[in-house]
Structure formats: structure tokens, C-alpha cells
Design a protein around this ligand. Structure first.
Ligand code: BES
Ligand code: MN
Ligand code: ZN
Length: 496
């Protein structure tokens, strides 16, 4: 896919579709009014008859046009002007992309909407449109003979104000990179566990590092033993697939500048281990490497955007399975930092993987850490399927990540880290146990992780809900979502 910004007149564009976003009950912007005249008032009539009102993310197709050089127009509603935001624009443009990508269309033009005195700038809008067209036109067709969606070849974003030309051109390029990075994370999640297991995931990180100029390192099971990662290795023990720790490094900043570490849970399949999940809970557990996929997507984007910062991505890759060597209930593990952990549920495996990877990130000199994990069903109970839970040991860092999420249009909600939750993790035989009671499960999981970051400034993002969507919606495809890629890139962009 390629994206491009242009100031050509819309009536002479050559494209398969022209997408036009319109604000609800607002007069037509000048360029559209002119187009409407060329179409003998068709758009005005649609609005007068209330066949198209501009209501948020509704669409109307005008087909078989001969008056202009594009045969099809898709009108898409942006909602009322008072609600105009990057998220409402994204929702509308994702819906548009999903609507027209059901058939093969090579060249798509999108008119940059005039949002007037709203908080959205032209270049921000151009970026969001670019990303939406790239993400919205790819479905879950990896294993289907007949694709339900057809990626666009050329995406043309059409501006009206030539003064914005160069910032919009840049924004459109950035939007493409973000979109492709989100699609990479989605692809990794959508591939089944026979395709993506620790070794194949790690191989992919090495290949991507070569393509985009990242430095890469992969620790195999022997190196993990040397590193004394007894917690992560215990989880891997029950699988025929050996574990890997994949590391990607982007050295865009001064060597003396602080390093941001991104740590992802990469459980390529979570059967639950001996604490076996029932089928219903297991059927989507190829998604349990969504944290690692977000780290991979973000690192790719950070490298391609050449951000002037130092970022290291750590992806802890294991499969949680059942065989004769599986780790067992009652086992006492020794984590890399020397803390002992009593295993009382082998399905609370993500925290065991992250424990060891977090201490490595700390020891390798991370100034600040963000970890991402499909960690607890309890977080989905608390916040629903579309909101990420945020937990932190530092109010400033927490705010920085929340601000980045807001800018990126991703929903994040902070959860408490009260000390009493740590009481639940006290063990009679070890320093910690790996589960608490039924209540506050997302928080006890975060409190568990806190034991492995020491004094380092840290945010934990529980993406168990938003990493994987159970069904299609008009504005987004089901399956892997690529959630938090944009937020991570924005954090890196602001990182000092
Ligand atoms: N990978 C799961 C959490 C999960 C649940 C992710 C639903 C996505 C959707 C995690 O490893 C897990 O099994 N957590 C247990 C923890 C419990 C045993 C303390 C859970 O949430 O039930
Ligand atoms: Mn589990
Ligand atoms: Zn898991």
C-alpha cells in the first residue's frame, strides 16, 4: 500500500472511490458545494431527504457517476461539530475503509474534511485518515481462499489548503507507518499457534530488525538458564516448543540519553497448563502474545519514523502447555532476581514470564518501563473489552502514558495499587505466591509484577480485553486489534 497527499481538484481526480466525510447538519464546505453543483445537487437532496444526515459513522454510496472522473462517492458521517475529535474521525474513516474494501478497489481518494474551529488540525486529520485506510482495508483473511477484504494499492488524501502541503505530506507518511505497524501486530495475533510459537516469533523479530535497521538479540533456552530465569523457564517446561526472549534495540538518541524499555508478554498459546482452561476460555488464547505483538509493532514504527530516542523492546516468548514435564501446583520457582514463587495456579503464567523479563530490563539500564500483557480476565470484568487497565508505581510516568493514549485515541483507565492488595500474595513457603483471591485479580497481578521492577519507574498495561476483538464491528475488524501500538509510539515520541 502507498499513501500520498495531494491538492488536486476533486472533480478531476482519477480514483475508484472518493470518500467524503461530512459534519452533521452543517453547510457543505466550499469544495463539496462545488462538487454538489457538478452533481446537480445530489448531495443536497440526500441531506434534505434525510437519506444522509452526517450522523457519526453512517455511510451513503453514490454509484455510477459520470459527471466527475471518479465513478463512486462514499459519504461518511463525522457526527456533530461539537463532538469532532480524532477518535470520531478515526471511527468514521475506519467504517469507510471497511465499507469499500469488500470489493477490489485499487485507488482510493479521501477528501480531507474541513473541521473548522475544532481541536483537530489538518495534519492530524491527514495522519488519522492515512492510518485508518491502511488498517481498515485489511481483514482476517490470512487463511481464507477468498478474501473478505481487499487492501488498497494507492491512497490519495486530498487537501484543499496548499499552505498545509508539507506538514500534511509528512503526516500522511507517518500515518502509513503507524497503520502498517498496527497491521503487523494484528497479523502476529491473528496467526494461529501452529504458525506463531516462540521460535517463529523470534525469527520474525530478527527479520524485521534487518528490514528496518533495528539491532536484534534472541536468547535461547540455554541463555535463559544462564540468566537464571527460573520463573519464565518453568512456564515453558510443559511445551515441546522451547522459549525465546527476543530483544529489539533502537538507538535513535544520544548514547547518554535515558532508555525506554517496552516489555511484552508473549505467551504464544495459553492452555492454562495443568490448571487447564475450559474450551471456552482457551479458544482465543493464540492472542496471549498480544503484548509482545504490540511491542514488535511499536519498535517497527519507532525505527521507521527514526525517532530520536533510545528504546529497547523485550518480548518474553513461551507456550503454556501440558506434558509430562509441565510445571506443577506447589512448585517453588526461583526468579531471576532471587525471589521465590509458590505456584498455585499454572494459568497465572503471564506474570511468571514478565517477572524475569522485567528484572532483565531493569538490570540492562532501563530508565522507564512499560509492560503490556493480556494478563487477567479480571481486568476485562473490571473495564470491559475495549479499555486497557493501567497500573503504575509513579504518578508522573502514569500521566505521561495516559496523555499519550489520549492523543492516540486509545482508552486507558488507571487502577489503584493500594498496598493491601499485596497481602493476598503472601505465601507460607516462598516469598510470593502467583495468585491472590477471587477479588481484584487485575490488581493483585500488577502488585505481583511490582516485585520485579525495583525502584524503576514503571507502567503496566493489562490489555486482556482490547488486544483481541471477539466480533466484527462496522468500525473495526474482529481478531487482533494492534491495540497500544499508537500509544507506545506516541510515548516514545514524547520521551526525554
Ligand atoms: N491469558 C490469560 C488472561 C486472559 C483472559 C487474556 C482473557 C485474554 C482474555 C491469563 O494468563 C490467565 O489465564 N489469567 C488467569 C489468572 C488467574 C488464574 C489468577 C485469569 O484471568 O483467569
Ligand atoms: Mn493463563
Ligand atoms: Zn495467559
Amino acid at each position: 500500500m502507498g499513501t500520498q497527499f495531494t491538492n488536486e481538484a476533486i472533480s478531476s481526480l482519477s480514483a475508484d472511490w472518493l470518500v467524503i466525510g461530512l459534519i452533521e447538519s452543517a453547510p457543505l464546505p466550499e469544495a463539496i458545494a462545488k462538487l454538489d453543483e457538478t452533481l446537480a445537487g445530489l448531495i443536497t437532496r440526500l441531506m434534505e431527504n434525510e437519506d444522509f444526515t452526517g450522523k457519526q459513522a453512517t455511510t451513503s454510496s453514490l454509484l455510477g457517476l459520470t459527471e466527475i472522473s471518479t465513478p463512486r462517492i462514499l459519504l461518511v458521517g463525522l457526527g456533530p461539530k461539537a463532538d469532532a475529535s480524532l477518535s470520531s474521525l478515526e471511527k468514521a474513516m475506519m467504517t469507510a475503509a471497511r465499507t469499500i474494501s469488500t470489493k477490489q478497489n485499487r485507488r482510493i481518494a479521501v477528501q480531507l474534511p474541513e473541521l473548522g474551529e475544532t481541536s483537530v488540525t489538518a495534519s492530524e486529520a491527514a495522519r488519522v485518515i492515512s492510518t485508518s485506510m491502511v488498517v481498515g482495508s485489511i481483514g482476517q483473511d490470512l487463511y481464507r481462499e477468498e478474501s473478505a477484504r481487499h487492501p488498497f494499492q494507492d491512497i490519495l488524501i486530498v487537501g484543499t489548503n496548499s499552505a498545509d502541503q508539507s506538514t500534511c505530506e509528512q503526516a500522511v507518511d507517518q500515518g502509513l507507518i503507524l497503520g502498517e505497524s498496527i497491521n503487523l501486530a494484528r497479523e502476529m495475533v491473528n496467526r494461529h499457534a501452529g504458525d506463531i510459537f516462540p521460535i517463529s516469533f523470534a525469527d520474525r523479530t530478527v527479520e524485521i530488525a534487518k528490514t528496518y535497521g533495528l539491532e536484534s538479540e534472541v536468547l535461547d533456552e540455554n541463555q535463559l538458564k544462564q540468566e537464571k530465569m527460573g520463573s519464565m523457564l518453568a512456564v515453558a517446561q510443559g511445551s515441546d516448543q522451547p522459549p525465546r526472549l527476543a530483544i529489539l534495540k533502537h538507538e535513535g538518541g544520544d548514547p547518554s540519553a535515558p532508555t525506554l524499555a517496552l516489555v511484552g508478554k508473549g505467551v504464544t498459546f495459553d492452555s492454562g497448563g495443568l490448571s487447564l482452561k475450559p474450551s471456552d476460555g482457551m479458544k482465543t488464547m493464540k492472542c496471549d502474545m498480544g503484548g509482545a505483538a504490540a511491542v514488535l509493532g511499536a519498535m517497527t514504527a519507532i525505527a521507521r519514523l527514526k525517532l530520536p530516542v533510545n528504546v529497547v523492546g523485550y518480548m518474553g516468548l513461551v507456550e503454556n502447555m501440558v506434558n509430562g514435564s509441565s510445571y506443577k501446583l506447589g512448585d517453588v520457582l526461583t526468579a531471576r532476581n532471587g525471589k521465590t514463587i509458590e505456584v498455585l495456579n499454572t494459568d497465572a503464567e503471564g506474570r511468571l514470564v514478565l517477572a524475569d523479563v522485567l528484572t532483565l530490563a531493569v538490570d540492562r539500564g532501563a530508565a522507564k518501563i512499560i509492560d503490556l500483557a493480556t494478563l487477567t480476565g479480571a481486568c476485562v470484568v473490571a473495564l470491559g473489552e475495549e479499555v486497557t487497565g493501567l497500573f503504575s508505581n509513579d504518578a508522573h510516568w502514569s500521566k505521561a502514558v495516559q496523555d499519550a493514549a489520549k492523543t492516540s485515541g486509545e482508552d486507558v483507565w488507571e487502577m489503584p495499587m493500594f498496598p493491601q492488595f499485596a497481602e493476598q500474595l503472601k505465601s507460607d513457603v516462598a516469598d510470593l505466591k502467583n495468585i491472590g483471591t477471587r477479588w481484584g485479580g487485575a490488581i493483585t497481578a500488577a502488585k505481583f509484577l511490582e516485585n520485579f521492577v525495583g525502584e524503576t519507574t514503571w507502567v503496566h498495561l493489562d490489555i486482556a480485553g482490547p488486544a483481541f476483538a471477539s466480533a466484527n464491528q462496522p468500525c473495526r475488524e474482529g481478531g487482533g486489534t494492534g491495540c497500544m501500538v499508537k500509544t507506545l509510539v506516541e510515548v516514545a515520541n514524547q520521551f526525554k
